[in-house]
Design a protein around this ligand. Sequence first.
Ligand SMILES: C=C(O[C@H]1C=CC=C(C(=O)O)[C@@H]1O)C(=O)O
Length: 386
Amino acid sequence: MTPLSDDAPRPPVPDFLLDGPRHSLTVAGRKRDLPSGALPTLAERAASFFDSHPDGPRLLVGAIPYDRRADDALFQPDALVARRWTAPAASGGGTRAVRVVAEPSGAGYRAAVAEAVRRIQRGEFDKIVLSRSLRLLGEQPHAEAELLARLQRDPEATVFRVPLPARRAGERRRLLGATPELLLQRQGRQVVSHPLAGSARRHADTARDRAAGAALLASDKDRREHAMAAEMVLDALAPYCDRLSAPQGMALVSTAQMWHLGTRIEGRLRDPESSCAELLAVLHPTPAVGGMPRAAAEAALPALEGYDRGFYAGAVGWIDGAGDGCWYLALRCAELLDTEARLYAGAGIVAGSDPALEEAETSAKFLAMLATFGIDESGRSLDNAA
Ligand SMILES: C=C(O[C@H]1C=CC=C(C(=O)O)[C@@H]1O)C(=O)O
């Protein structure tokens, strides 16, 4: 990738940020947008972009939406910021009053899960990830720097902030969150993907927390849910690799709030010309966010969820002129508009899934993001919690 420049400005809120235990990138300024398009055309658009703009940086950052046919949002930055971004000291802005509107309602979500389980029993598909959303309606714009600083408190998650295309004149739209899941990293001939699926809420009490992790690792439902995601990633990468393995097998992965089942997959590309964008087009969406088989789950998803996911469960990251790149799934996130934030969380549904437990799992996945707003799921301030 383009070398870092130490004199690049350090913005109060970066134009694009990816900051986690294994990868970190901050950029300032937006030089040019990549003409948008669907994921299968990304590799071709990126190649022609770098050909026609040799001035650099040879880097594109941004987001791809959940729907692989919908337009992505990538841009070439003015500069890379050398130092790790942390919120400016006096960013201020604590908890603000917000009203929480669940879309769908809890009952609506449980009904969708029950319907998905019936369809799985009928053999329409084996797995589908169903999400629900919470709209946080406030009276003042959200303090973005403060939200990002709070997200950065979890050392296991990768914090991201990315601007999204406006849907109407004057709209300021961006996505921020703290994701646990690496979709794809390509560095030279090395590729890594770390699919997660199967989840349990963590606990403050150490013994209870360990027991929750151990129960997850032993859960047949969660292991089946996970295996479908890991196998699809292995199958998708296999034709591109001359070596491909999951050295540690299925293992526990944690964030501050959640346990997950994860399989770290590492491979070596057969053809050094296979670019990150080309591989993304094959991988996305994996059954960690979509379903299995992909086409049947995709066809059922819009009616079961009742909304367009937009960039939630898409991916955020970068690609460069050498074909390298690094992309994380856009999970545990909020789409910020002026005074509104929309949060999303999903859960993998397989045979035997229980609607109430899946709803509880999505509530647990909302915890990290809600805590950054200082509220619980019903909008009560955490500062006043007994
Ligand atoms: C779809 C989400 O999580 C995915 C990642 C990890 C575990 C998952 C699960 O157990 O269902 C999901 O596949 C989300 O956080 O919205």
